[in-house]
Write a protein that binds this ligand. Structure first.
Ligand code: IPM
Ligand code: SF4
Length: 783
């Protein structure tokens, strides 16, 4: 870090990146931020493109947009892939993929389809291609966009309405988050991975621990990590409830990026590097929260329950609810144990598994596959393990792994080697667990039903998942006996085109850095002052008269209705609307999927039968308010289908102590009002009214909640002025933002100069359409 003496106005890494992207600030404190990189996938984009089409709008910055398919696609061998119609058997999955293919064609967006080796999980593809760069703002209609923060970018998941907003305006409306720093002091012990580290952190701070904050991960243990390991950590920042995770870019970062297809080259590289080296938290910068964890305290960690915070050392036993005093926590633990089919006090190492999943945007990179292959080498999959899937994060990772012979190692051990995609991480494709099957999984979410109806997921590192596949039960990786297999793996033969594409990205694998080599290459004195932006942040008052173009939503003034009581914490969006309902390309008709796993069970004939879940009981079938007692409602996935489903059911407002950030945002975009109220007030004043079946009134103009006799129960609730203004007037954000076009133009003018190394973006990619770069021959891409 360059020593600059005492810094007058010390800033955090987050502050710096945020400030460098402000296009405009209105007097209510709401910011319009410029977005440098927008990743798009098939699940959260159809409704956004449809919105653009209906309004006659175009994609503002095609060069800042990159699309691929990942969630819906089968992971079977693509050797015989001819057409999507034949290859994707599930109708709704095929429709989503084909809809994206049509949209990228109609809007001229760079796209890696299933016949392109560069296709993969969106969060693997961005960094792999050098599209993700330090100091950029990165968004995607996907909660794990936090992954990209490993590069020192400000990267976060958004909902579909925001996807449309970014496509149309290249900006996003944002409030400033809080700054949190988690420092991991000291060095990790041998064999402890970034996955153990992040599971440990979430176990300590909880899934709501980072709510409202951007977490900067710092400390020696983080600095020592590779980029791939750093990505696994930031990937799961969302599981800690954070808006984003960030890590200061350093030599490891620069080395990773250099030479990648979309990385800046020549003079632009030097200019970029000079800027990137200014991206760190200044000494004395103010963090709202500081957490320090000792690296030495981190051991191999796995989850036992249905939330990522249910993490324990592998040496522990299944927790015992009898030892818990807090009644809410106790009943939550009982429910989780019953769902997971676990008995208290059984050592975790004694728990047998049915399946293994090595993959997902958390752990499907080369380093992960190598670690798993090292474990598997020379062993055989245990007989009680029905399936062990290994799913590379991208086609290029698959090729490189095959070049190294990893596929042979897995296959010889009885593991199944697949094509790139999200696979069993959430089972929107054919890879799912059967009911009550237990999986050792390298993914990031162990929610109920996540990998299939009544599936049981345990999160862990790739080495631990691989070892569980060999032993048939969970294993402390430190005790695992590796086999030294002398036989040389058979190396796969690649086509010339594939080899070329892969070299462009993985060439550095051939020449690993010698210790200390990188440090000297980029001297401190190369750091030059980057001129400050030539634009000043402009403030304008909120317009009170709505322009015709902006009026799109139902107005929200007062809502009077029955409030359905929900005595639960950490209600994730997977629970609000399970994955099978995400395959729609419309925003409506989602009522049937709302709380599906809680509202229905199957009878003997496989028909849905209603449970006694609150929304199935009178008078709550017509509830317009949800009164939740526990924290973190709507955590997890960015699926806007959650507010769509709630709205479709008739819910207009949700009261809870706290909310998942993305869900909170998505609600406002759909005329739904989430209200944060202290838990003790909910429990003492609102919940009793809800359980009595009487009505509450939400008065947004006065920011009050009234009881059945119109008595004031909550004197004042908080809501940002801008959001309130939009709800009351039924305003659509895009219309409002487009009125600020002059500011966007001005920002872009500055950006072309100061951040010239970001120009061109995805449009610098060698075109995939009908070129020899197609993986399966020289034919044109299907689209
Ligand atoms: C489909 C998408 C909206 C979702 C997300 O936002 O995370 C998915 O990737 C997930 O992991 O649940
Ligand atoms: S978390 Fe799973 S489903 Fe979501 S993007 Fe990552 S791999 Fe795909």
């Amino acid at each position: 870090m360059p020593s600059t003496g005492e810094i007058k106005n010390p800033k955090t890494l987050y502050d710096k990146v945020f400030e460098d992207h402000i296009v405009h600030k209105d007097e209510s404190g709401s910011y319009l931020l410029y977005i440098d990189r927008h990743l798009v996938h098939e699940v959260t984009s159809p409704q956004a493109f449809e919105g653009l089409k209906n309004a006659g709008r175009v994609v503002r910055r095609k060069d800042c947009t990159l699309a691929t398919v990942d969630h819906n696609i089968p992971t079977d061998s693509r050797k015989n892939l001819t057409t999507l119609d034949k290859f994707i058997k599930q109708d709704d999955s095929r429709l989503q993929v084909k809809t994206l293919e049509q949209n990228v064609k109609d809007f001229d967006v760079t796209y890696f389809g299933m016949k392109d080796s560069r296709q993969g999980i969106v969060h693997v593809v961005g960094p792999e291609q050098g599209f993700t760069l330090p100091g950029t703002t990165v968004v995607c209609g996907d909660s794990h966009t936090s992954t990209h923060g490993a590069f020192g970018s400000l990267a976060f998941g958004i909902g579909t309405s925001e996807v449309e907003h970014v496509l149309a305006t290249q900006t996003i409306i944002q409030a400033k988050s809080k700054n949190m720093r988690i420092t991991i002091e000291g060095e990790l012990d041998e064999g402890i991975t970034s996955k153990d580290l992040v599971l440990h952190v979430i176990g300590v701070i909880g899934t709501a621990g980072g709510t409202g904050s951007v977490i900067e991960f710092a400390g020696k243990a983080i600095e020592d990590l590779t980029m791939e390991a750093r990505m696994s950590i930031c990937n799961m920042a969302i599981e800690a409830g954070a808006r984003a995770g960030m890590i200061r870019p350093d030599e490891t970062t620069f080395k990773y990026i250099e030479g990648r297809p979309l990385a800046p080259k020549g003079e632009q590289w030097t200019k970029a590097l000079n800027y990137w080296k200014t991206l760190y938290s200044d000494e004395g910068a103010k963090f709202d929260y500081e957490i320090v964890i000792k690296a030495k305290d981190i051991v191999p960690t796995i989850t036992w329950g249905t939330s990522p915070q249910d993490a324990l050392p592998i040496t522990a036993s299944v927790p015992d609810p009898e030892k818990i005093e807090d009644p809410i926590k106790k009943s939550g633990m009982e429910r989780a144990l019953s769902y997971m089919g676990l008995t208290p006090n059984v050592p975790l190492k004694d728990i047998k598994i049915d399946k293994v999943f090595i993959g997902s945007c958390t752990n499907s990179r080369l380093e992960d596959l190598r670690a798993a292959a090292k474990v598997v080498k020379g062993h055989k999959k245990s007989d009680n393990v029905k399936l062990a899937l290994v799913v590379p994060g991208s086609g290029l990772i698959k090729l490189q792994a095959e070049k190294e012979g990893l596929d042979r190692i897995f296959e010889e051990a009885g593991f199944s080697w697949r094509e790139a995609g999200c696979s069993m991480c959430l089972g929107m494709n054919p890879d799912i667990l059967d009911p009550e099957e237990r999986c050792a999984s390298t993914s990031n979410r162990n929610f109920e039903g996540r990998q299939g109806a009544r599936s049981r997921t345990h999160l862990m590192s790739p080495a631990m998942a691989a070892a569980a596949g060999i032993a048939g039960h969970f294993v402390d990786i430190r005790e695992f006996e590796y086999k030294e297999d002398k036989s040389q793996p058979k190396i796969a033969i690649q086509s010339e085109e594939d080899a070329e594409l892969q070299d462009a990205v993985y060439e550095h694998e051939k020449k690993p850095l010698a210790d200390g080599e990188s440090k000297d290459e980029l001297e401190e004195d190369e750091i030059k002052d980057i001129p400050p932006p030539d634009h000043t942040v402009q403030e304008t008052p909120i317009k009170t008269s709505a322009p015709a173009v902006a009026a799109a939503m139902e107005k929200f003034l007062t809502v009077e209705g029955v409030a359905a009581p929900l005595d639960k914490a950490n209600v994730d969006t997977d629970a609000i609307i399970p994955k099978q309902f995400l395959k729609t390309i419309k925003r409506t008709g989602l009522k049937a999927g709302l709380f599906y796993e809680l509202r229905f069970v199957k009878d003997d004939k496989g028909k849905d039968v209603e449970t006694d879940f609150v929304l199935n009981v009178e008078p709550y079938r017509s509830a317009s308010i949800l009164c939740v007692t526990g924290d973190n409602f709507g955590c997890g996935s960015s699926r806007e289908h959650a507010p769509w489903a709630l709205k479709d059911f008739g819910i207009r407002s949700i009261i809870a102590p706290s909310f998942g950030d993305i869900f909170y945002n998505n609600s406002f975009k759909n005329g739904l009002l989430p209200i944060r109220i202290d838990q003790d007030i909910i429990l003492s004043k609102l919940y009793p009214v809800a359980t009595s079946g009487k009505k509450l009134t939400i008065d947004l103009p006065n920011q009050q909640i009234l009881g059945p006799d119109k008595e004031v129960l909550v004197e004042h609730f908080e809501v940002e002025d801008f959001r309130k203004h939009c709800l009351i007037n039924g305003l659509d954000d895009i219309g409002i933002t487009l009125q600020k076009e002059e500011f966007i133009n001005k920002y872009e003018e500055m950006r072309r100069d100061r951040f010239s190394f970001l120009e061109g973006g995805s449009k610098l990619i060698v075109p995939a359409r009908g070129t020899k770069r197609s993986r399966y021959g020289n034919k044109a891409q299907e689209w």
